[in-house]
Design a protein around this ligand. Structure first.
Ligand SMILES: NC(=O)c1ccc[n+]([C@@H]2O[C@H](COP(=O)([O-])OP(=O)(O)OC[C@H]3O[C@@H](n4cnc5c(N)ncnc54)[C@H](OP(=O)(O)O)[C@@H]3O)[C@@H](O)[C@H]2O)c1
Length: 357
């Protein structure tokens, strides 16, 4: 089969013939239908972001697959069904403290994580991929979906919705989405609106991406970030009644943590901040404010099957209109073009690889 092959970190990758995948015990073999190419994929493959890629491998994150074969010991998945294949794979809770890896993407650095990566090494930038059954969520009715290039956005929706759940979002609350101009940010705006937020304060630097979000719903309030923490915090707070209930932080690796802190400054009494983004610096938390305002700061990573299924049902119900997303599609042979486009897109524009096309 054809796939992207990365032999060594720091060396160029290639689209080439690679060993075909076979279904393995506990696994589900899929034809990869569509996979989102994140904006920062090139930096993952070059090693710039220090992701723990188990080379040599076929890289690639969470994808949409059509089930091709199912192991004898896997039940509840049928050949032909379309599924969201979550790259998040957990060693399970039986030892009390599980390791989690992202198949084809990164590990946690531990010896057990390395063993897990050895067994479940290859990702989705190929015609076929095999995932542990626990990673696979069947999407009822998706086999009839006529726009497969839009389906990988479900992964972004599920990551965002998982973060909103972690923050305990209830209908009628106000939500700040920091980094709303990114792919996860756009998904977070969709998810917060679908979950009944009264105000969604969308922050980012790219005005045109914010404008596209405002068109989704009058509840979306844009704030263009200036980089000045005090000024940004005030501008965000001014869009709320008395501060926001929840911050979902989905920014990329910003050079300082000021955008995140500006949003934290705009939370109301007993507000919650959920950190989901790619910031790689230490966050200097305002101790007194957190104590006096009884704020909660927590994190969220990827999503579970129940969340994936729920966002899919919201899409099927029309509560989330996936057709507002603009997919820029590439076949496998044009992987490098896809990387270039991915780096330049934002918001509701995203890049998709369609390995079967
Ligand atoms: N927790 C999880 O489960 C999970 C899962 C997947 C990804 N992630 C992380 O989430 C992050 C976002 O992913 P994505 O796909 O949405 O990336 P993306 O599309 O590149 O979006 C990045 C966002 O960060 C903002 N940003 C970048 N530099 C900034 C700066 N200097 N000041 C202010 N804002 C800045 C961008 O705003 P402008 O373009 O307007 O500047 C944009 O809104 C990634 O870094 C990734 O590591 C987390």
């Amino acid at each position: 089969m054809r796939g992207v092959w990365l032999e060594q970190m720091g060396e160029p990758w290639a689209v080439q013939e690679v060993a075909d995948r076979e279904v393995r015990p506990g696994g589900v073999l899929v034809d990869v239908v569509a996979v989102r190419v994140p904006s920062y994929t090139r930096q993952v493959l070059t090693g710039e972001l220090n992701y723990d890629l188990p080379v040599p491998l076929v890289p690639g994150p969470t994808c949409i697959g059509r089930v091709r074969a199912v192991a004898d010991d896997v039940f509840g998945v049928t050949v032909g069904e379309v599924a969201l294949c979550n790259s998040l794979y957990s060693s399970g809770e039986m030892s009390g403290s599980p390791d989690e890896i992202l198949i084809g993407w990164t590990g946690s650095g531990s010896a057990r994580s390395a063993r897990m990566q050895h067994q479940w090494r290859h990702g989705s930038f190929a015609q076929r991929a095999c995932y542990p059954a626990s990673c696979v969520t069947v999407l009822p009715g998706a086999d009839q979906w006529t726009r497969p290039e839009l389906l990988p956005f479900l992964a972004s929706l599920a990551i965002a919705d998982g973060g909103l759940r972690r923050g305990g979002l209830r209908g009628g609350q106000s939500v700040i989405v920091n980094g709303a101009t990114g792919n996860l940010g756009g998904a977070a705006v969709f998810a917060a609106l679908a979950r009944g937020a009264t105000q969604v304060i969308a922050t980012g630097r790219r005005r045109e991406s914010l404008a596209a979000l405002v068109e989704l719903d009058p509840r979306v309030k844009p704030v263009v970030l200036t980089g000045d923490r005090a000024r940004d915090g005030e501008a965000i707070r001014a869009q709320t009644d008395a501060g926001a209930d929840l911050l979902l932080d989905v920014v990329g690796n910003t050079p300082t943590t000021d955008p995140t802190l500006a949003c934290l400054d705009a939370l109301r009494l007993r507000g919650t901040a959920v950190l989901v983004g790619g910031v790689r610096h230490e966050l200097a938390l305002p101790y007194q404010r957190i104590q006096r305002q009884q704020l909660t700061v927590t994190g969220s990573f990827m999503f579970d099957s129940a969340t994936a299924l729920e966002v899919w049902q919201l899409v099927r119900a029309g509560t989330i209109d996936l057709t507002r997303v603009r997919a820029h599609s590439y076949d496998l042979e044009h992987f490098d073009d896809a990387l270039e486009t991915a780096a330049s897109l934002s918001g509701l524009d995203y890049t998709v690889l369609l390995p079967g096309s």
